[in-house]
Design a binder for this molecule. Structure first.
Ligand SMILES: NC(=O)c1ccc[n+]([C@@H]2O[C@H](COP(=O)([O-])OP(=O)(O)OC[C@H]3O[C@@H](n4cnc5c(N)ncnc54)[C@H](O)[C@@H]3O)[C@@H](O)[C@H]2O)c1
Length: 102
């Protein structure tokens, strides 16, 4: 028999999750949930102020930065912006484990 105890509760522990459109309704809800599940969350949005607001809420810090959360201005319509954004995440946390395109 497969033991499923704890299989979901730890699944995002310390994983780096990059969420696009994270300043909006669905993206912000996903960001909060991933943070609650122990993920390191990249709150990204083309609207920097919207991303910052969600990162500030999750981190509890005025600048929205912590060892668990980072805010990122990222336009998913720009290949260059994606490359630069992912580079910043890799510089901070080494990799991206999960991408959520909200
Ligand atoms: N298929 C369905 O049944 C269904 C249901 C609900 C929502 N949706 C879609 O899901 C998406 C998200 O919904 P929501 O309610 O969270 O919308 P929302 O408007 O609250 O949030 C969308 C976010 O995406 C950001 N964004 C827009 N263009 C972007 C870009 N080029 N790069 C990065 N970020 C960008 C916006 O700044 C905004 O913060 C929408 O496209 C919506 O139409 C689909």
């Amino acid at each position: 028999m497969v033991d499923v105890s704890n299989s979901w509760s730890n699944i995002l522990n310390d994983k780096v999750v990059l969420i696009t459109g994270a300043g909006g309704g669905i993206g912000s809800a996903i960001s909060r949930t991933c943070a609650l599940q122990g993920a390191r969350v990249v709150v990204s949005d083309v609207n920097k102020a919207a991303a910052d607001a969600v990162a500030i809420e999750i981190s509890g810090n005025k600048n929205g930065e912590s060892d668990r959360v980072m805010s990122l201005e990222l336009d998913t319509a720009s290949e260059q912006a994606i490359e630069e954004g992912v580079k910043k995440v890799v510089e901070k946390w080494g990799t991206v484990h999960v991408l959520v395109n909200a």
